[in-house]
Ligand binder design. Structure first.
Ligand code: FNR
Length: 367
């Protein structure tokens, strides 16, 4: 289809499935086990209904907001997803450019396929970027990385806590991973098993012993706000606030980790209640959600239920998907030429489709 025939993020997903190599598609699209949580992530939004009020002046609608102190044009950020080069030869840098065009935040993954510094160098001076951290068993490696990121102007440290062991993503496991490994793996000389998919090849270094004491230690090594990514209960959100973190991301890793974990949107209201009950929201503690955000109405529901903002993973990846010569030998020249030209514009447009498909003022809906 032509770009002007693409109406929503699902359209981009359909194109991506045809354009991407089998390895890339398996890595991006897979969830763990029976993929019940992955499907539930978007389905859960279908159970939340709106309460539309009429005769409210909606001539001017401003969806800009502030996240961890940065002003952004919409309550949406591109979250961390590893290995963007599987889907586009320029990798994460394309997402940096798209984030700049839309004045939204990009979270840089530890397992980026571009180097961390290249991704930071690609950003405008005014652009906000965050860092997602997988904590290394060698804490000195993580400490150096975090302190380097802080020096480079990163505005938030998101520590991923929902992957102490890798979820079984069977679609991905059926593929062989034949790409270069990210910097993090190179630095650690971690052994790489290439026979059971991309995720298994790149995640060996993640420390399963990570616990709350480590979060306290991270607070001593950086002044960046610390946000726990992958919280799945109200109790843990409360613990994060009490541990001095500046926020949490309610997330189940896009349904790629624990199958039958609840969706973020399902638990958001009870998390907000628990934080409010202990007055833990008073110091500006922020709650983000990700997983299954596909339309403006999804963002709207999350904001109305108390989230500061939402992250998108797969919608960003599929919007810049492009035939990669190295990984996809079966694609013809024509598709290649077309996707080449349109890459960043595509993401720009797809991001715009998401928020503006629901032109309702945020103030009118109450739970
Ligand atoms: C992820 N996610 C992820 N999270 C993280 O903390 N570190 C990582 O390296 C990755 N890598 C990654 C790769 C791919 C291909 C996907 C799809 C996801 C999880 C990600 O940050 C986010 O939680 C989910 O992607 C949100 O769900 P949606 O938007 O993809 O439905």
């Amino acid at each position: 289809p032509r770009l002007d025939e693409m109406y929503n993020s699902f359209d981009f997903e359909t194109v991506a499935k045809n354009v991407l190599s089998p390895v890339a598609w398996a890595y991006y699209s897979s969830g763990s086990d029976d993929e019940i949580t992955m499907r539930e992530n978007h389905n859960a939004f279908h159970r939340i209904w709106l309460k539309p009020r009429v005769l409210v002046n909606v001539k001017e609608v401003d969806v800009s907001t502030t996240m961890l102190g940065s002003k952004v044009d919409m309550p949406l950020y591109i979250t961390a997803t590893a290995l963007a080069k599987l889907g586009h030869p320029e990798g994460e840098v394309v997402l940096t450019q798209a984030a700049a065009k839309n004045n939204i935040i990009q979270m840089i993954p530890t397992l980026a396929s571009c180097s961390f510094d290249d991704i930071v160098d690609a950003a405008l001076a005014t652009q906000t970027q965050w860092l997602q951290l997988y904590v290394n068993a060698d804490r000195e490696v993580s400490k150096k990385f975090v302190q380097h990121a802080e020096k480079r102007g990163i505005k938030g440290l998101f520590i991923t806590v929902d992957a102490p062991q890798l979820g079984r993503r069977e679609k991905d496991m059926r593929q062989k991973y034949d790409q270069d490994t990210p910097d993090e793996i190179e630095r650690n000389k971690t052994e790489v098993n290439r026979n059971e998919g991309a995720a298994r090849a790149i995640s060996q270094f993640i420390d399963p012993s990570l616990c709350w004491d480590d979060i306290a230690w991270f607070r001593t090594v950086t002044k960046m706000p610390i946000i726990i990514k992958g919280v799945q209960t109200a109790d843990d959100a409360v613990l994060a606030a009490k541990a001095g973190c500046q926020g949490v991301v309610l997330s189940n890793h896009g349904g790629r980790q624990l199958d039958f974990a609840p969706s973020a949107i399902e638990i958001l209201a009870e998390v907000m209640d628990a934080l409010r009950a202990e007055c833990l929201l008073d110091n500006g503690f922020e709650v983000y959600v990700d997983g299954g955000i596909r339309r403006g109405s999804d963002i709207f529901k999350a904001i109305a239920l108390g989230a500061t903002g939402v992250g998108i993973g797969r919608p960003a990846l599929v919007s810049v998907s492009k035939t990669n010569e190295r990984t996809n030998k079966r694609t013809n020249e024509q598709t290649n030429k077309q996707t080449n030209k349109q890459t960043t514009t595509k993401l720009t447009l797809s991001l715009l489709f998401i928020p503006y498909s629901m032109p309702c003022p945020l103030t009118v809906w109450k739970v």
